[in-house]
Design a protein. Structure first.
Length: 153
């Protein structure tokens, strides 16, 4: 999501060349980590590799773009999103333990359904200002990153 926010800002400024190197590095890190982690961790290694590659791409994108695009990232919303990500990971971990690590199709569907419900609740909590169309709170919260730009688009 963070990479998409930066991408949106780069597209608005018509300077998409800034996106090439960080995304290329993210892709290379992703492929390399998948080959390194999959033999040891299985499918969990693929998930870890994609998460690490996404984080590295977002970090490199932030470092390379912050001086060129005058945007303000909503730090509180980023922390909330990361917190919800950890909560979803913990809830999935404990759901697997609750179901005794069973591989039944019914239990898998139940786990996916419960995870989806939790994800919808988390998304609603993060985007509730947008749902109620409270424009002033969106601008004040930093969700509208380009409205805080020092330059006119």
């Amino acid at each position: 999501v963070i990479v998409n926010v930066y991408s949106m800002a780069a597209h608005a400024k018509k300077d998409t060349r800034l996106l090439i190197l960080p995304n290329l590095i993210g892709a290379v890190v992703s492929i390399a980590l998948i080959f390194l982690l999959t033999p040891y961790m299985g499918i969990t290694g693929i998930g870890c590799a994609l998460a690490i590659a996404g984080f590295s791409a977002a970090t490199i994108l932030h470092i390379s773009i912050r001086s060129k695009l005058p945007i303000i990232m909503p730090n509180l919303h980023i922390v909330k999103a990361i917190g919800f990500g950890f909560l979803m990971w913990f809830s999935n971990y404990y759901l697997v333990l609750f179901f005794n690590n069973s591989h039944s199709i019914i239990l898998s569907i139940t786990q996916l359904f419960m995870t989806g419900v939790f994800a919808v609740i988390a998304e609603y909590y993060l985007l509730r200002e947008v749902f109620f169309l409270n424009v002033s709170s969106i601008k004040d919260s930093g969700l509208n990153i380009l409205s805080h730009s020092k330059e006119i688009i």
